[in-house]
Design a protein around this ligand. Sequence first.
Ligand code: HXC
Length: 262
Amino acid sequence: MTDQLDLLSPTLHRDSTVFITGGGSGINLGIAEVFARTGAKVAICGRQEAKLAAAVTRLRDLGADAMYTVADVRDFDALAAGLETTARAFGPVTAVVAGAAGNFNAPASAISANGFKTVIDIDLLGSFNTARAAFDQLVETSGSILFVSAGQAYSPTSNQAHAGAAKAGIENLMKNLSLEWGRYGIRANSLVPGPIAGTEGLERLSAEVGSDRWRQAVPLGRFGTTADIGVMAAILASPLAGYVSGSQVIVDGGFGLAGFGM
Ligand code: HXC
């Protein structure tokens, strides 16, 4: 089978600057790598500098102009500073990926008020902060926003009350921004990844369910790859998807059809 990465034009994003929260690892680094392969200038943002520095080295090895800024998405001012630094180095952002997330497995009866708030703050408030801090730059570029969502947004999942509530909120936020910011030429969409091999999310969440059972539950019979998600992100942020806004794009091999989401 042809490798999907070989089909990507290395110039698809030659005029793009993309800012990716949580870009130091996992699905978000996979997204960053596909943007790097398609000519974008890539700025990743996260909390852990060592992780970010290693990721930037990988992105530069792919031939991209890449940089990182350190910020917790719960801190609006830090994010805004990161976006300003990015614009000074690479020009105003044409795409923002709100990917940073926090999660732990716990039954609702064992989640404290602060535990619930923590996940809401990282996932939902952090996604709003990212979009809001980028607004002026996105107006300038008629850019786009991509939220990284999850199956819990529409399929209740045991031990995921906090993340489910946060991701459902993100989906609604995405539609609201799509509605309100369309007049500025800004598009907003969300990506709903299924179980993606080698990610912290899958490791954290599948332990008690058992990876084999999860794999068997995927109609396509395999876990996804970070490239599966990255390719869709690169398409959604490009002119190829110039009329796509307010959409939830599910990239899960059909996993959500099995009824227990991810
Ligand atoms: C119950 C827990 C808990 C657990 C933390 N808490 N872990 N409660 N079970 N396993 C509670 C704490 O007791 C505390 O409440 C509150 O949550 C805040 O915890 P802190 O450790 O102080 O928070 P913080 O340092 O901000 O860390 C946030 C975090 C952490 C989410 C808890 O795991 C983190 O930083 N994660 C980032 C990376 C990550 O999660 N990646 C996976 C993303 S995967 P009290 O009441 O004691 O003060 C993903 C996939 C989504 O998101 C979709 C998936 C399917």
